[in-house]
Write a protein that binds this ligand. Structure first.
Ligand code: FE2
Ligand code: FE2
Length: 222
């Protein structure tokens, strides 16, 4: 079984196998690092700019950006129709309007309102409503959202995968097939590597994630 590591078995080689499976599945459709630059969150977007380095900060938004991109592309290969622009903008903004890093139920609604005030010039008109929906409904439990749209399922999985950063990841809550079969086994590695890049090699919050994802082979370097 993927990711079920026996004691003494090389974890690195298992991760390499998972990455190889992602790459095999996506073929030529592996995302390039340059794509993500358009969605780089700015420190000034955060309600508390000092929190841009914290657990809901820029590097978390960046990892959610990577996970939603891979998951969406895998599902699209299988025939799903997804608004990728909306998913990317939600990844970049969904946790920017927190008043604290603890329980802050309205932060999704605040993020939606902030997008409407500040990012209308950057988000395609046809994707705006979906960005607002994703930001608003990424917080409550699944059955509290008006509808579990395909984008919301992808987005909540991408956000959930990065719960490894607070040691609170639970695969039971994942909604999409590829989150279960592939991506959950890579989440800890992307987090660990991005932390090492950030604190060990001095990369900025967004760049540490992109460099780590390139190093793992999850995105193209250019
Ligand atoms: Fe959130
Ligand atoms: Fe989040």
């Amino acid at each position: 079984m993927p990711g079920e590591f026996q004691e003494g078995q090389g974890i690195v080689s298992s991760i390499q196998e998972e990455v190889a499976e992602v790459r095999r599945s996506l073929g030529d459709d592996l995302p390039a690092r340059a794509l993500f630059e358009r969605y780089r969150p700015e420190r000034g977007w955060f309600l508390r700019p000092d929190s841009a380095e914290d657990i809901h900060g820029i590097d978390h938004e960046a990892r959610v950006l990577i996970w939603q991109e891979l998951l969406a592309r895998l599902l699209i290969k299988d025939g799903a129709a997804l608004d990728q622009e909306a998913l990317r903008w939600a990844a970049a903004t969904h946790d920017t309007q927190r008043v604290s890093d603890g329980i802050d139920f309205p932060h999704g609604q605040r993020a939606a309102a902030w997008v409407e005030r500040h990012l209308l010039h950057r988000i395609p008109v046809g994707s705006l409503d979906t960005v607002l929906y994703l930001n608003t409904w990424h917080v409550p439990l699944d059955d509290q959202a008006p509808e579990m749209t395909p984008e919301l399922a992808v987005f909540k999985d991408a956000d959930a995968l990065d719960r490894v950063r607070i040691d609170d990841f639970n695969a039971r809550y994942l909604r999409c097939r590829y989150s279960h079969t592939l991506l959950q086994y890579l989440a800890q590695e992307l987090f660990d590597r991005s932390e090492a890049k950030r604190w060990g090699e001095g990369y900025a919050a967004f760049d540490c994630v992109c460099v780590a994802a390139v190093e793992m082979g999850l995105i193209h370097p250019d």
